[in-house]
Each structure stands twice: as structure tokens, then as C-alpha cells.
Design a protein around this ligand. Structure first.
Ligand code: ATP
Ligand code: MG
Length: 272
């Protein structure tokens, strides 16, 4: 744990030299709304970290800030030790950060394969402008797309359009589109919202498989039991601030977390 850094709020997190991503005093304000208000944390390499927090506590805004889609009010973003606080959003995927969105964002006129291919093309765009994609590039792309579809359980569904898939499978297409870029960090914003228990477990298993391959992940979810089952580390947010950080069992027992979040859940005691 780094101790020499002076932190503006109680250190719940302790960014570590081995962390893939570190946030230092990150803030995103929308006028008077302090959606993210001074977050300092680090994501351990190869681990699944989760963020709990009530509606409107700033979780999605934080993911937006990490991917540079949402401008920062202040603070620093570091990926693999490199300050990327000012890079353009398009460059973030090439750094090795992939994401899925809280609401499914797939192109309805494209097939499953083509939607996933888009993720690959984003990275392939790093090729010099004068070098047109050749046969070898296309073969590499096809293989990467096939692997991503296979890993997300979508093999055989390549030719379908998103509208022909269940909601759970559409979510998987989004995950495939993110992992086809071979990210080093995957951000998942409520990937199991609207899914049944069985589909949620499947997503949890997929995340564990990706972790086994070394992928660092950050997930936002309201399903406390799933978060405890899936995550190695939990953060809790309230009103744009970090109110807890630690092992899942410690965080869900934390009085401040229960007060802010769990206490409002009907199934509070059974779920935690
Ligand atoms: N583009 C925006 N402009 C103005 N206010 C915004 C914007 N995006 C988010 N907010 C506000 O910032 C706060 C945090 O919103 P955010 O979507 O990050 O919360 P969340 O924790 O993801 O909530 P949920 O669990 O409902 O998804 C809310 O008060 C929200 O209304
Ligand atoms: Mg959200």
C-alpha cells in the first residue's frame, strides 16, 4: 500500500504499485450535482472489483469518467501507471480498457458477428492510415471475433440480429464486443440487469473464466449476493463518494454501507 500520498478523504482504497488502474481525487460535477466527488482508489491486477451504491450515487458516472466519455472536473486517471486523464475517448479502448453500458447499445441492422466485429475494428483502427487491411488482417479479425463469440457462449448465433436474441444474450454480445479488443481491463455496468437468476450465474461464471485468463474487471451491480459471490474486492459509493472498500463480506457488513444501501433493500438480511 502506498502511504506517502496525502489523500483528500479517508483512505478506503490504497492504490498499490501493482494496480492496473488508479484514480486520484477524481471528480465529475454537473453544475451543482457532485456525481463523483473526490474518488481515490486502485484496481488490483487480475481481480474482479465491484462497486455497490444506491441509485444516483455516481457509479455510471465514474465508469464514464474512467473511459473518458464524461469530462473530469478534477483528478487523475492512471492506467498501467500512465496518466491518461486528457486522452480522447477513442484512445481509451486502444489503451486496453473495454466496457459495456448500463443500457444495451447494439446496432440493430447488423448481425451479432458484425456487432462484435465493430469492437475489433476499433482496435484495428490503430493501423497506419495508408495500410489497407489485407487478407492476413481479415483472418486475424475473423479469428478474434470467433473466439470472443465462443467465449461468451454465442457460437451458432453469429448470423442473428440483436432483436432476435433474448435480453441476456444481447448482454453477452456487448461483452463479446468488449473482449474482442483483448482489453486488460473490462468495465461492466449492470451486466445482469433484467436477467433471471440462472442468466446471472452464467454471467458470473463468464467473469470468473475471464479472470482465470488474467483479465482485470470492474463491475457495477445492484444484486448484492451476486457481487459477494463474484467479486474479490468491493467498493461502496454514496453521493459521489467512496464510503467503503474491502473484502465483499466486510463491505456488506459495514454499517455505513448498510445505512446507505443495503438497509433500503427488502431482502437485506437474506441477501447479505
Ligand atoms: N449527463 C448528466 N448531466 C447531469 N446530471 C447527471 C448526468 N449524468 C448523471 N447525472 C447525475 O449524476 C448523479 C449520478 O448518476 P449516475 O448515473 O452516475 O448514478 P448511478 O450510481 O449509476 O445510478 P444507477 O444505480 O441508478 O444506475 C445523479 O444525480 C444523476 O442524475
Ligand atoms: Mg448507473
Amino acid at each position: 500500500m502506498t502511504t506517502e500520498l496525502v489523500r483528500p478523504q479517508p483512505d478506503h482504497s490504497g492504490p498499490d504499485a501493482g494496480d492496473v488502474l488508479t484514480l486520484d481525487d477524481l471528480a465529475v460535477h454537473f453544475g451543482g450535482i457532485k456525481a463523483v466527488d473526490g474518488i481515490t482508489l486502485g484496481l488490483a491486477r487480475g481481480r474482479i472489483s465491484g462497486i455497490l451504491g444506491p441509485n444516483g450515487s455516481g457509479k455510471s458516472t465514474l465508469l464514464g469518467a474512467i473511459t473518458r466519455l464524461t469530462p473530469l472536473t478534477r483528478g487523475t486517471l492512471r492506467f498501467e501507471g500512465r496518466d491518461y486523464s486528457r486522452v480522447r475517448p477513442e484512445a481509451v479502448a486502444r489503451l486496453g480498457i473495454g466496457r459495456t453500458f448500463q443500457t444495451v447499445r447494439l446496432l440493430e441492422d447488423l448481425t451479432v458477428r458484425e456487432n462484435v466485429q465493430l469492437g475489433h475494428d476499433l482496435i484495428a483502427g490503430a493501423r497506419p492510415w495508408w495500410r489497407r487491411p489485407g487478407k492476413a488482417d481479415r483472418e486475424t479479425a475473423d479469428a478474434a471475433v470467433a473466439t470472443a463469440l465462443e467465449r461468451t457462449g454465442l457460437a451458432g448465433k453469429e448470423a442473428l440480429r440483436p432483436g432476435q436474441l433474448s435480453y441476456g444474450l444481447q448482454r453477452r454480445v456487448e461483452i463479446a464486443r468488449a473482449i474482442v479488443m483483448s482489453p486488460k481491463l473490462l468495465l461492466l455496468d449492470e451486466p445482469t440487469a433484467g436477467m433471471n437468476r440462472f442468466e446471472r450465474e452464467e454471467i458470473g461464471e463468464l467473469m470468473a473464466d475471464l479472470r482465470a485468463e488474467g483479465l482485470t474487471q470492474l463491475i457495477v451491480e445492484h444484486d448484492v449476493q451476486m457481487m459477494v459471490d463474484v467479486c474479490d474486492h468491493l467498493f461502496a459509493m454514496n453521493s459521489g463518494r467512496l464510503i467503503a472498500s474491502g473484502t465483499p463480506s466486510d463491505v456488506v457488513r459495514d454499517p455505513a454501507v448498510r445505512e446507505a444501501y443495503l438497509g433500503r433493500q427488502d431482502n437485506d438480511d437474506r441477501d447479505s
